[in-house]
Design a binder for this molecule. Sequence first.
Ligand SMILES: Cc1cc2nc3c(=O)[nH]c(=O)nc-3n(C[C@H](O)[C@H](O)[C@H](O)COP(=O)(O)OP(=O)(O)OC[C@H]3O[C@@H](n4cnc5c(N)ncnc54)[C@H](O)[C@@H]3O)c2cc1C
Length: 368
Amino acid sequence: MNIAIVGAGLVGRVLALNLLKEGHTLTLFEKGSKEGTQAAGFTAAGMLAPFAELETAESVIFEHGKRSIQLWPDLLKEIGLFDGYQLNGTVITAHPQDMSELNHFIGTLKHKVKEAEEIEMLDRESLGSLESDLEQHSSAYFIKDEGYVDSQRFMMFSGNYLDRSAEVTWRENTEVETIANGTVTVNGKEERFDWVFDARGLGAKEHFDDLRGVRGEVYWLESTDIDISRPTRILHPRYKIYIVPRGNGCEGMDMAYCDECKISQTPHSKRYIVGATEIESEDTSPMSVRSSMELLSAVFAVNSNFGEARIVNSETNCRPAFRDNLPRIEQDEKLTRINGLYRHGYLLAPAIVEKALNEGIRSMFDGA
Ligand SMILES: Cc1cc2nc3c(=O)[nH]c(=O)nc-3n(C[C@H](O)[C@H](O)[C@H](O)COP(=O)(O)OP(=O)(O)OC[C@H]3O[C@@H](n4cnc5c(N)ncnc54)[C@H](O)[C@@H]3O)c2cc1C
């Protein structure tokens, strides 16, 4: 089939990779550049945390999250990203004064799903042997079946892979005005396709009147003095703050990133994504002083060696969310819309796309 995907952010790319495997011809319409740096999928830390997200999420997020964790490795292999996925568990800790809140948090998870019974409490010694740079904490919890996708490299590798495919036409810097059944309108001209996917994230507000953006800010830090190998969460009264490792600063990155390493003069340092604020606003202006102080003081409290880390970048973007903060799939004739992945895009995208394809375009072939 001749298919249009509107929006080449996270969902658009996961859709494209799935549809290519099935032999379709694709046109990708993207308002920004094909590098995808404007998408929330680029700003994201890429955490795969079905358990840790459960406190405020529904069990459907947990189930789709577990399915996505099974699907990610094949998707990443397909685009040649062999070291962009880790499932070695998450550490959750808190400042001493917030430990009782952390115990309550873990209790809530255990109450919600049976598998959470396996969440382990670590004392200083076992925490130190798991992550020596966290041993200044007297206790923490360890959730073993969680990890992350290297989101920035997923965007880069998937973009390059789709660029090389003869079955893909990129229409970057092209803003689609309207989407209807089997049609896309650009510059006032209607173009026809066998099927259209609306994956515009927050750009789909003209269709969904209950779609909103939730602002999130992250820092990229580099340090030669800190070696943390697993995503680490710090319970914070206002945000769910995390430190997500990204390996060596410039290894495997393209030149744009290496330039940043040169600025920091620490080419072999470890990179960490530190995030993320969560503010009910569609403002994508740069990081505020308040957010900056909150994120940086939280990491400094985790290990004071972060005091000498270099800030190599900060990013701000908005998560597309509906009122219930749950994802939504809308099927119509020759048209599928996927949106509202909120703070769970990486956790949900492969499973939600699988579901959308099974219920929509694939069911047409089954029925034939
Ligand atoms: C700070 C932050 C941290 C996050 N951390 C995590 C995390 O750790 N784990 C996790 O699972 N999720 C995380 N997320 C959430 C995740 O990034 C989103 O859920 C996900 O990116 C949503 O995917 P999407 O494809 O719907 O939107 P996007 O990724 O934003 O993609 C939408 C694309 O559509 C394009 N577009 C819009 N309008 C048009 C138009 N009219 N014509 C053509 N193109 C258009 C946009 O330019 C964009 O490229 C985070 C998000 C933020 C902001």
